[in-house]
Design a protein around this ligand. Structure first.
Ligand code: FA5
Ligand code: MG
Length: 453
């Protein structure tokens, strides 16, 4: 047994997800708490804030074909290979991605459906909204299941009107996008030979035009969202941190994705900070070539719906989306104007620390597990996060590393994590938090082989 690698339910057995059965193998690392939430599909739940956010964005792309029911289990080929992820990309590791078996994962992003959707070739533009799954930190803005919307738009080089260039055709479409008057910072050139290169076969004029269409389309989305948020803020009355008349500020920054070039991210200035809301870029031509549409060129974006919904409604904790409490759900309506979420009373926090020695790394064999820079060879923080989720479900608000040191003589590494136990719906009893914490510590020992201090 490989030391410390978090191997949960590694025995060969069937995993049933709705009406489909998958054969698990030693790559299986998806806990039942994740599997049991797959049917929720919050982006389709009537009057759920994630669904309302999806509908608001869809309304800005009236001619795009929507796909909202794509199944979350995909192949490694769909999630990574088809998009040009290198074989050693960190995203492929079992510390970051939920596997059912060596070749089957829960999609980590909606881009997993890009190649298939381009291949189906049903429309010039499409939108895909779906639940996505990532092993990640535990805090108020991260949850192992969240929702993305993928969007893409292509133009056919072989189907241009007589006498019109590709770039002219695209610029005419740019002119159809509603104008806005917000402040957009976009200090970088549209592409850069080293940092953000053009692809072979794409001219500067073509990429300038598609980049403009992409950026104007997404600025339009952000304007629609923030206008809705601002009128909700105005309804709620001005507060010092949220002046309703504060102008919206957005900026474009250079980015990198294996499946687009050039690539950008859009950030929004919100409550004193720049917040990343989406990634996008010019689709890699190899993806369109492999999808049987080599004559098409276009752009794609991926936006986090939960994050947008949190901004739109002022939802303070991402766990709330999963609540079935009517005090939460009754506050949202797809037909009424957006109104700011009114938190029901905040229940007390309960902090508990756990300190432990990591297993010495001499027994680590490498291989499947990846290493966080701050930890020893066979330890990954996401394993701690997942044990917390597994034991505590939504009763854990936050888990963070508060101390770490290496013993000067033995070379062993000690870590201390602080867990905040808090329910969104009620006050937890002392017995309950003690019991949760006890089980959390015990699972750390059993699953990670650490030694409690
Ligand atoms: C992607 O997932 C790319 N597939 C996006 C893309 C699509 C790029 C098409 C180019 C073309 P990223 O991991 O940055 O990229 O996630 C995209 C968005 O999802 C983020 O900007 C953010 O809004 C949201 N997001 C990412 N991680 C989380 C998380 N843990 N919780 C909530 N939202 C998240
Ligand atoms: Mg990102």
């Amino acid at each position: 047994k490989r030391a410390g690698v978090y191997k949960q339910r590694v025995t060969s057995r069937d995993v049933k997800i709705e009406d489909k059965i998958y054969q698990a193998d030693e790559w299986m690392n998806t806990p039942s708490i994740i599997l049991s939430n797959i049917p929720r599909r919050l982006h389709l739940q009537q009057d759920h804030p994630v669904a309302i956010t999806r509908q608001l964005i869809e309304s800005r792309f009236p001619d795009y074909k929507t796909h909202n029911n794509l199944f979350p289990v995909v192949t490694v080929g769909q999630n990574f290979d088809s998009l040009g992820f290198p074989a050693d990309h960190i995203g492929r590791s079992r510390t970051d991605t939920y596997y059912l078996n060596k070749s089957t994962v829960l999609r980590t992003h909606t881009s997993a459906h890009q190649a298939d959707t381009f291949r189906a070739n049903e429309s010039a533009g499409y939108l895909i909204s779906a639940d996505v799954y990532r092993r990640d930190a535990v805090d108020r803005s991260h949850y192992p299941i969240f929702h993305q919307m993928e969007g893409a738009r292509v133009w056919d080089r072989d189907a241009l009107d007589a006498g019109k260039s590709f770039a002219q055709t695209v610029w005419e479409d740019v002119a159809k996008i509603p104008k806005h008057s917000i402040t957009v910072e976009d200090p970088n050139p549209s592409f850069h030979s080293e940092r953000n290169p053009l692809q072979d076969g794409h001219s500067a004029e073509e990429v300038e035009a598609m980049g403009a269409h992409l950026k104007r389309s997404l600025e339009d989305v952000v304007v629609a969202i923030f206008n809705a948020a601002k009128s909700a803020a105005a309804d709620a009355g001005e507060t010092p941190d949220t002046p309703a008349d504060e102008p919206l500020k957005v900026r474009w920054v250079e980015a990198y994705f294996p499946f687009t070039s050039p690539s950008w991210e859009l950030e929004v200035y919100w409550q004193g900070d720049w917040l990343e809301v989406l990634g996008c870029g010019i689709v890699k031509q190899s993806i369109l070539d492999n999808a049987g549409v080599p004559n098409k060129l276009g752009w794609a974006f991926g936006i986090g719906l939960d994050r947008i919904a949190m901004l739109l409604y002022w939802i303070p904790d991402i766990r709330l989306f999963w609540s079935t409490d009517p005090r939460f759900l009754s506050q949202f309506s797809s037909t009424a104007p957006i109104q700011r979420f009114v938190p029901f009373s905040k229940y007390p926090a309960c902090f508990k620390d756990v300190s432990f020695w990591l297993r010495s790394s001499t027994s680590a064999a490498g291989g499947l597990s990846r290493n966080a820079t701050t930890t020893s060879h066979d330890f990954h923080e996401n394993d701690v996060m997942e044990i917390a989720r597994d034991v505590c479900g939504d009763l854990v608000e936050d888990v963070r590393l508060v101390d770490e040191f290496v013993h000067p003589k033995t070379g062993r590494r000690s870590m201390c994590y602080r867990t905040n136990y808090r329910s969104l719906e009620r006050t937890l009893t002392n017995e309950e938090t003690n019991e949760l914490h006890g089980r959390f510590c015990q699972q750390l020992v059993e699953k990670l082989g650490v030694e409690l201090r």
